[in-house]
Design a protein around this ligand. Sequence first.
Ligand SMILES: [Fe+2]
Length: 340
Amino acid sequence: MAEIVLAIGCAHTPQLHTVAADWDIRAERDRGDGIPLWFKGRKLPYAELEAARSEENLAELLAMPVREAALEASFAAMDRLHDAFVEARPDAVIIVGNDQHEIFTDFVPSFSVIAADEIRNMPRTQEQVGRLPVGIAISDHGHLPQAEKVFPGHRELGLHLARQLVGGHGFDVTICHQKPTVTGAKSLLYGMPHAYGFLYNNIMRDHIVPQVPVDVNCWNYDNSPTAARCYDFGAALAEAIAGWDGPERIALLTTGGLTHFVVDEEWDRDFLRAMAEDDRDRLRSIPQSELMTGTSECKSWIATSAASAAAGLAMEVVDYQKLYRTEGGTGSSCAFVRWN
Ligand SMILES: [Fe+2]
């Protein structure tokens, strides 16, 4: 019988893979209202956001030494998570990730499983780089390889998970028999979405084991599952893993979040508490208005937390860092968490 021996939640953001001074490239875009700025359930123009946060004195946290210390601590935390991954000796990984028009564009499933023997990741083409928002391409090394890489998939485990989630738990899961690829003018990359690639490069590194990507639609709100649905999906995923006949030691990985593109430490701390305590009432009731833009990736954390709780694992916060890039508090919060 398969067993979840470790789960990891690790932030990802272009800021982690950009020198601190270059955070200002994105900051200029934020100040110009170039991205939607959701804060505490409301979408604010940048000037109103900065006014609302004036008493927090966030300008002090924009100093280069503060930024560099946050980067250093974040990389130390990722080293610890990588070490935990190696020490857990997983035979297979299930990655609960999300897509942002990278593999799903014309067709968007709410939940999907990639059940394939091989999964490829590769650099972007020059045309794809040209379609990116400002300040993104310089961080591509955080989640894309320099040359094409072929990772082993775990097709049979993926099919098993889909059968159990659909037949046993009533989740309508799309099966992808190969990694979906967007082609033509909308194509941003031919490899895996950044949420997955980030884990290859920063957590798994050279310790590659067969994988099943499980995608939770966080980014396309029209059919993005609710927080409650994500929690229940995670609990069902744990049952499906426990029902797999193979002897595998399974690691569950997720990435993204926490609050961004506007950092809200109060929200993050409560979210970490709720996951640590398996406060399912809170986790299941987080409204969509608190899970917008980048923060929507917390939906995959909710599923992973529920799966970990169902498997009897305890959560530990390895580190929590805030990467501020404007006085209004835009940037990324970064949580580094393990369950075992
Ligand atoms: Fe992301």
